[in-house]
Design a protein around this ligand. Sequence first.
Ligand code: ATP
Ligand code: MG
Length: 248
Amino acid sequence: MALNKAKVITVTSVKGGTGKTTTVLNLAGFLSEMKLRTIIVDLDLYSGSIAAMLNLDKGSDIYTLCEDYMNNRFNQFSDYVAKYNDYIDVLAAPVDPRNGSKIKAKYISIILSRLILQYDVILIDTTHTMEQTNLIALDASDAVLYVMTSDLMDIKNMKSMIAIYHDMDKHNYKIILNEAYPNNGSYSKIDVKNALGENIDCLIPKGFYNHHIDDYVYQGKIMTLDKNVMKSKGGIALKNLLETIIKE
Ligand SMILES: Nc1ncnc2c1ncn2[C@@H]1O[C@H](COP(=O)(O)OP(=O)(O)OP(=O)(O)O)[C@@H](O)[C@H]1O
Ligand SMILES: [Mg+2]
């Protein structure tokens, strides 16, 4: 299946450490199963870990790409992306985190508008902060996925974020409640739904917590490319969410 123009899917949160990066990798696993050409763009500019988690050679990164673009040295994206498999490419976060702050948001915008013509899906990992580069990604997105836990502060911050979206009359966000989390909060899906006054679009159940996650990271493997994980309740929930987004 190939799409005419890439779907841009950004994974973000209103609090750090809720499972964004893990979710990005898990979604990428399903996208490659769906044979959709996908580029993961790591916009966690100061501590991005996508390339490291996949054991990819970080020969180049988004900082080098922006610098070359600015200085008319850019030729093609393949000079800057690392290949994970036939369907997944990665544009890594700066190898040297000191370069994170040197990236100008305007180049992120230009890069995304060009990548849209070359891939089926652009999957963006972010931080939970409102820095300019993240805002560019949110603006360019067809779907923004908020990965939240049932921690009380997460629920409160998510409620404020929903109010901001409503103020802007924007409705392209989806809520992923991640219960497969080391220190999951004590509120249920119904509690969170009632507190937010919104539907939970995807529940990653407790059972999706994977005790072998370090083995996957050590070997540079994507969990959801493992058939058992793929067919688990959490795997199916993520896949259904993706299929909905791709169809929209
Ligand atoms: N399904 C899971 N099974 C086991 N551990 C998990 C699972 N999902 C996430 N974790 C663990 O939870 C921690 C946080 O996950 P992750 O790094 O994906 O969050 P994040 O939102 O990207 O964090 P940050 O805001 O720092 O970028 C990691 O140590 C990760 O290994
Ligand atoms: Mg992360």
